[in-house]
Ligand binder design. Structure first.
Ligand code: GLA
Length: 384
């Protein structure tokens, strides 16, 4: 925290009044279900983004990223998405949606510093949005609930940044509880905090480090496919999202829905059931069932939803071959990013040996993180 205070002082010549911090996340199971009104099972991880703010006397907004050593600026009346503003579009988007709901926000100096791996599918952008929201809420004493904050951040990503995502990442970054994973019903926004008793097991994340170039367009395209499918299914049985349909409904829709779209939807419908089954397995501490569900999830994302890539498939296969691994799958939106594995601590070395050839084959250096479920966003400094 001292670092971000020092940087803020160096750049703006004044101390921040508030610093907020928000975590990234890993999703254990329930992929591409959250924009279909389905279920997800994420947890916050021990990588966080910090946002420090101080008020200005004018209506300007100044942003500085310590990690990229990059400055951006705009003003309250001029908030627009700009491609070249890259990382700064997230705090800009957040301020924009907060303003659009009628809350009072004035000019600020803002500094960002974090350690959530960027573009790795661990939700560094959601962490940045939520940390910005928390810092601003504290600074201007805004009456925004945790749940509303998550929804505002999702709106920022959707309407400002242009990724039509679900609510999972922002929700968990905001409301996570230490030592718990969260089952979120993304339709009702009800959630259950489930204790994660790992004993000798670990949550191991492997970053494939594959550059994710097409992710936004592929993501939006998947979402559209799901929506089109619902429109077609709706001509036979009423429903507003894939959540309302069963595997049997999809089977009966042969001829009504193009085969490639039907495959996508089958993934979503079956994945929802896997999340509910995973919750039961978790409550019973049955890692072997939980692991199998993770494996089925990966197969489905690979064969039906088609959002994996050779690197992710390779890493997951090596994990499946490692004794002491209960389950392994890609996590996040896909097309690169990370895998998540549930593994006995004593097998981690063996897994590392299994993936030794990754860099030689794919030319990207993999990174491994062992993560514990952490708490959600909070204010870590305030001199108000
Ligand atoms: C991204 C989105 C989430 C979710 C996942 C896929 O992380 O931000 O809302 O859709 O992809 O499960």
């Amino acid at each position: 925290m001292e670092d971000i205070i020092r940087s803020h002082k160096e750049i703006y010549g004044e101390k921040p009044l508030v610093i907020a911090s928000a975590p990234g996340r890993v999703n254990l199971i329930g992929e591409h279900t959250d924009y279909n009104d389905g279920f997800v099972l994420p947890m916050a991880i021990d990588f966080r983004v910090m946002v420090a703010v101080s008020p200005r006397k004018d209506q300007n907004l100044k942003f500085y990223s310590v990690d990229f050593d990059d400055k951006k600026r705009t003003s309250i009346s001029n908030l627009r998405y700009k491609r070249e503003d890259r990382w700064a579009n997230y705090p800009k988007g957040m301020i924009n949606v907060i303003l659009s709901k009628g809350y009072r926000v004035e000019g600020i100096n803002l500094t960002v510093k974090g350690n959530v791996p960027v573009s790795a599918g661990l939700s560094s952008s959601a962490a940045l949005e939520i940390a910005t929201g928390f810092a601003i809420r504290e600074l201007f004493k805004l009456d925004i609930s945790g749940l509303e904050m998550a929804m505002l951040a999702r709106d920022a990503e959707d309407s400002f940044v242009g990724v039509h995502c679900g609510v999972m990442d922002q929700f968990i970054s905001c409301l996570a509880r230490e030592e718990h994973v969260m089952l979120i019903d993304t339709r009702t926004l009800e959630f259950r905090q489930i204790p994660l008793k790992l004993n000798t097991a670990k949550i191991l994340i492997t970053n494939s480090n594959v550059p994710r170039a097409l992710i936004d367009s592929e993501y939006n395209q998947r979402r559209e496919e799901c929506e089109k499918c619902v429109a077609l299914l709706n001509t036979r049985k009423s429903g507003s999202a894939l959540r309302d349909y069963t595997v049997a409904d999809l089977r009966d829709s042969l001829g009504l829905i193009p085969e490639s779209t039907r495959k996508r939807c089958l993934h979503v419908v079956e994945e929802n059931q896997r999340v509910l089954d995973a919750e039961i397995a978790l409550k019973r501490n049955n890692f072997s069932i939980l692991g199998k569900l993770m494996n089925r999830s990966h197969e489905s994302l690979r064969d039906l939803y088609e959002v994996t890539c050779p690197e992710l498939d390779w890493l997951v296969k090596r994990a499946w071959e490692t004794e002491g691994v209960y389950g392994s799958r890609m996590t996040g939106a896909g097309f690169g990013g990370c895998t998540v594995s549930l593994i006995e601590e004593g097998s981690i070395q063996l897994y590392k040996e299994k993936i030794e050839q990754y860099e030689r084959i794919f030319s990207f250096k993999p990174e491994i993180y062992i993560c514990k479920p952490m708490g959600g966003a909070k204010i870590i400094y305030s001199s108000l």
